[in-house]
Design a protein around this ligand. Sequence first.
Ligand code: F6P
Length: 328
Amino acid sequence: MKNQIKKIALLTSGGDAPGMNASIRSVVRACVFHNIIPVGVYKGYDGLIEGRFEEMNARSVKGIINKGGTILKTARSEKFKSKAGRYEAYKSIKENKIDGLIVIGGDGTFTGGLIFSEENKFPVIGIPATIDNDIFGTSHTIGFDSATNTVMNAIDKIRDTASSHNRLFFVEVMGRDAGHIALNTGVAGGAEEILIPEENLGLDRLIQSLKRSEKTGKSSSIVVVAEGDKTGENVFHLKEYVEKHLSNYDARVAVLGHMQRGGTPTCFDRVLASRLGVYAVESMISKKDGNMVGLQNNKVVLTPLKKAIKGVTKINKELLKVSDIMSI
Ligand code: F6P
């Protein structure tokens, strides 16, 4: 089939994630390979509205596969939430003779992309990139593997000082509404307890579990808490509650914060980003827009953006069971 796509714009939006640059590199080089002009849009949807476009080539993306962050910058655009803002963006797209748009980000990014696509009957394809791994239709989002390794290494360091002082540490990790980072890094970091938004077993069960750990001779403990967890009011409240009810515990809090979003992407994330970038461009060429590219059973697949946005990722119950057994 003759390719009618001559120019593809690409942007990154929402919270940045390690591997975003690898996906930018892949989209750009796949475009060049297919004789399509890649056009980078700076600062996400705000840049689309402002027409902050720059034609790119294979050399524009040299030396970035191993860099965290995004060379195209990112933003959470309030303006793009309005029809007027999206109309400005569409005018920019038409003025620059763009034939398709690839958006790299999370569910908020895809929501904006889908509305824009439907309003203007314009081809949009999504590439899932967020450390939260909370996008339906893919086993892995770009950035999740890198973030979990960053968190695991931080927990290992915290465990050194926790065991030196016989302390209990509450380690808060990111994951706005999802406990995937907390669950995986809790198991990998050997946490005694993992608190996630998907499962609230209550403060008393936490106390019982810590009492049991103490009885089995544990002199220090790590509790990994997802930022969206609702067991307590927040991680500091959890610390106070435990110190009040378990006088033997000397507790501290470590909030890992935005360092989880940085750092060089892992091999897994670089390969994932490279595969999804190529698949996004080739799906655009074969007019399979309106979809998100993703990984299922290690195969690249398409999921309608509508489903990717509405779908809810499930917490891995088998992993929850493993974490309970490991903390005996
Ligand atoms: O969506 C990714 C994420 O890192 C969440 O885990 C976190 O809650 C949020 O972004 C933080 O947003 P911001 O960078 O705007 O503070």
